[in-house]
Design a protein around this ligand. Sequence first.
Ligand code: KIV
Length: 295
Amino acid sequence: MSILPRQGGGKITVPELLQRKNLAADSPNQNKITCLTAYDYPTAHLMDEAGVDVVLVGDSVGMVMLGYDSTLPLTLEEALHHTKAVRRGVRRALLVADMPYGSYHGDLNESLRNAMRFVKEAGAEAVKIEGGERRLELISRLTEAEIPVMGHVGLTPQSVNALGGYRVQGKTPAAAEQVLRDARAVEAAGAFAIVLEAMPRELAAEITRSVSIPTIGIGAGPDCDGQVLVLHDMLGLTFQEPPKFARRYANIGETISQAVRQYCEDVQSGQFPTDAESYHTPASVKSRKAIAIAR
Ligand code: KIV
């Protein structure tokens, strides 16, 4: 191979993330993995430059960008479209694409073909799939085909109908045991990391201790190897109260509303645009016109 694209210079890779798990034993906080969702070119560009380790094109795109009621309606083509846009904005971070509901639930060969589209057409460096023990065979097939897989256990939003809502998982001893088995299955199948969503911090801590791959928590407490948030929750860009675990770092929604209100006011009061914000006829054209009129 004569060209090594996007490597070196701090590029985050799958082996580097795996290594962080080992380094975390000595200095846990320095080696925490940071992950955020992105769905378009400008936000991907900004967060990559700000130094996030993993950019996830989450299937939450269906809810926060496309206005669906759940992640279930998101299509493969929509997910690919957003992943391609994010790819153009990311240079350093690892780019992971969420496989949408229905794109990996049937035939294994078709699931593999769908996963390959994220890599070949959209430039993803890994895919994320929801589910534990049930996904053993699929995760093995994908990793055999050189596609790094991020697992996702605990609350898996694509199972909302089966779970009966978006609830914290693993609260009883039997339920906690099942989440632990799911995490171990994902690890055994060859995944390079696991998202732990909405579970007691004690359970997430136990899983983090008992698997050799990094755990990335969302609503799973501070003891995971990394954290992920939905960007729109942390920026105040959703139209509801953020979940308990999502800290709001900015209120961009309010900033946008204020800017739009001000713009409308300025247009209607004649304060926008000003003369300085207008183009002018060149002086030479003006003087030619004056001569023509005088004649
Ligand atoms: O779709 C998504 O945004 C996710 C994260 C919450 C992990 O899966």
